[in-house]
Design a protein around this ligand. Structure first.
Ligand code: ZN
Length: 348
């Protein structure tokens, strides 16, 4: 089969012919139709130590069709269309059993990092990771829904707890996850203040429902946010960028009792700059604010996200698609922050 393979740390993705993998007893073999490509993959492959063994096939936002199942698989059948949860978990620990599987005590890494992923014509996935794609949702929509739309579902609903009437600041609102965060925060009843750089992303945020768009190049995000909220600040600030500047701006933009959510991550090992930010404990306590770390979703949240897509409550924003063999060019565009909305590889 054709696959885009990483042969060693730091190497570019190369198109190779490799054997079709065989599913284990608890796994399914999937013919990949579409695989999303975003910063998560780019950061994953560039962070030293994340991939323990090479060669490795990345890609974790998969949509495809089951072509074979292992002897122990009971809940999925050949021919079914599926997408996936991208954490490799045990299913038995306290976190897995309480719907917090992203905190699994026996975590084995992510799809595309701990095992081969979807930048290939076929991959195997554990039955536990599979989520059926409902009728009325395309493969392209489902692939993006499994991470770039599901992540906003958890972040807005569980962490930021966006309620009708809340002002919600979203930094990096025109990116692959951010553009769906804008829609999700609106769906939860929020008034969205989107911060972005570049006309294309600012315009995309506006067109997908942002009530206000703040130009982050002008600096002074906090001042602009305060001006738009009568000086009070926002009830929720969701940071998709994750550098010390945006994190500090989100914290300083919060109203009393405001919730800040950290999702974006710009590790120093990849970006060179330290993303730490300062919290003034006295001020933080006095204002009774909250900082939440948001880690992906559970399986049920992917199911709900797919329902939202099916019923047209959220639109999958995939502005650019590419053939599988152009994966390295897509990563280069993502590194340059040059893709508005999500990108996806059309595999077969
Ligand atoms: Zn577990």
């Amino acid at each position: 089969m054709r696959a885009m393979v990483l042969e060693q740390f730091g190497a570019p993705l190369r198109l190779k012919n490799v054997p079709v993998p065989k599913p284990g007893p608890n796994e399914a073999l999937i013919r990949v139709r579409v695989c999303g490509a975003g910063l998560t993959v780019v950061i994953m492959v560039a962070t030293p130590g994340r991939i323990a063994a090479y060669p490795r096939i990345p890609g974790h936002e998969i949509a495809g069709e089951i072509v074979a199942v292992g002897s122990e698989v009971r809940t999925f059948k050949v021919g079914q269309r599926v997408t996936n949860h991208y954490y490799l978990t045990c299913g038995h620990c306290r976190y897995c059993r309480s719907g917090r599987e992203t905190l699994c005590e026996n975590f084995r890494g992510n799809v595309g990092q701990g095992c081969d992923g979807g930048y290939a014509e076929y991959l195997t996935l554990p039955e536990r990771n599979l989520v059926a794609i409902p009728d009325g949702v395309t493969d392209l929509e489902a692939s993006v829904a499994s991470d770039a739309i599901a992540t906003p579902y958890h972040a807005c609903h569980k962490e930021a707890q966006v309620s009708p009437g809340d002002n919600v600041l979203i930094t990096g609102a025109g990116g692959g996850v951010g553009i769906h965060m804008v829609q999700m925060a609106r769906l939860c009843g929020g008034r969205v203040i989107a911060a972005e750089v570049g006309e294309e992303k600012m315009e995309l945020a506006r067109s997908m429902g942002a009530d206000e768009v703040v130009d982050a190049r002008r600096g002074e995000i906090v001042k602009q946010v305060k001006a738009l909220t009568g000086g009070r600040g926002v009830e929720a600030a969701i940071d998709m960028v994750g550098n010390s500047e945006t994190l500090s701006a989100c914290l300083a933009s919060l109203a009393p009792a405001g919730r800040m959510v950290i999702i974006g991550s710009k590790p120093k090992s990849v970006y060179g700059a330290d993303p730490s930010f300062v919290v003034n404990p006295q001020e933080f306590m006095r204002q009774a604010q909250e900082i939440h770390g948001s880690r992906y979703v559970n399986n049920e949240e992917i199911i709900r996200t797919l329902e939202l897509v099916k019923h047209k409550r959220i639109r999958a924003v995939v502005n650019r698609t590419f053939p599988l063999e152009e994966a390295e060019q897509v990563h280069e565009l993502l590194r340059k922050n040059a893709i508005a909305g999500r990108a996806a590889l059309i595999v077969s």
